[in-house]
Ligand binder design. Sequence first.
Ligand code: FAD
Ligand code: SF4
Length: 340
Amino acid sequence: MRPFSYQRATDPDMAVQALGAATAANNPLTQAAAQPLAGGTTLIDLMKLDVMRPAALVDISPLASGWSAIESKADGLRLGALAKMSDVAAHAEIQRNYPVIANSLNLAASAQLRNMATLGGNVMQRTRCSYFRDVSYENCNKRSPGSGCAAMDGVNRMHAVLGTSDQCIAAYPGDFAQALIALDAMVEITGRSGMRTMPFADLHKAPGKTPDIETTLQPGELISAFSIPGRWPRSLYLKARDRQSYEFALSSAAVALDVQDGTIRDARVALGGVATVPWRAREAEMLLKGQKFDDGLAQRVADAAFADAKGRQHNSFKIALGKRVVARALQQAVTMEVRS
Ligand code: FAD
Ligand code: SF4
């Protein structure tokens, strides 16, 4: 591990100043000389692997007193970015009115990690592509722009089938982000010029020609909160993986339905484990609106969700698996018991 300086943020202004000052504007944030440290469960790993090499860490955990609140109101939910994954998953109001959020967090990582890790750190985690995480492989456009992509013709079983480019096929690994994107969450961002909000769907960038640029955050900016409009008691997250716990998704689906008198009034479908970014299947979910549910409809929605999928040598199975996950998630959401 390389030497680095460590600074504890005493307030948000100090944090964004310290981060912004050390970050050249034309640098992807992931290569910035100063990085925010939250729970440290991903960042420290990547520093030990020499994938991330910040000269300075700005510890933002002291900001938790202002940035970790879980606030449920009549018009929606607000989650501080420094709230711990385990606290949010265990919150009674979230289990009742946003089960997709509670599921996505409970099915992620391990109990120990969830006790340490924050929501902000979770959405900002980086791909688990093994070529990205092993610096002995030189060809990784995400880590070293222009160097090529070892995964294209390498072992790509875990890689994405949606949103890929000829530069990078790495899958976005997190679970919580699928719940956020399905529920039209907004993300609150604190920077040197104050606070701004934007749709969570605009946070992550598909790889395109610049896989090293992963988000639209600007130098010095921090995620301070997420807000979710409305309530979605009929929602869930289904995750298929190689083992039943402590494993990243091969394929997952976040679904949320508003069903009245047997008719689907509104529907949300997001996919995980199969795409380069948190993936909203908007065309597929349109098929559900105004319909009565049956297995044939579930299958058509699943087919539509993967209509543009492109498999490679080892990961084509994700297309068939992903369709089954979507169909099953919808079937479970339609029949789930909703607590009022
Ligand atoms: P940190 O490690 O502190 O930070 C992560 C990144 O986010 C860093 O680059 C940091 O600079 C940046 N960052 C942190 N907070 C902010 C902020 N507020 N604003 C802007 N940038 C910020 N996750 C899943 O979803 N599903 C899984 O199945 C899963 N399995 C895992 C298994 C293992 C073995 C491990 C080690 C991790 C796993 N994870 C999984 C990832 C885990 O959930 C993340 O490590 C964790 O959520 C990161 O949160 P953190 O607070 O520790 O972030
Ligand atoms: Fe790097 Fe992306 Fe290729 Fe993985 S898939 S080796 S992260 S460029």
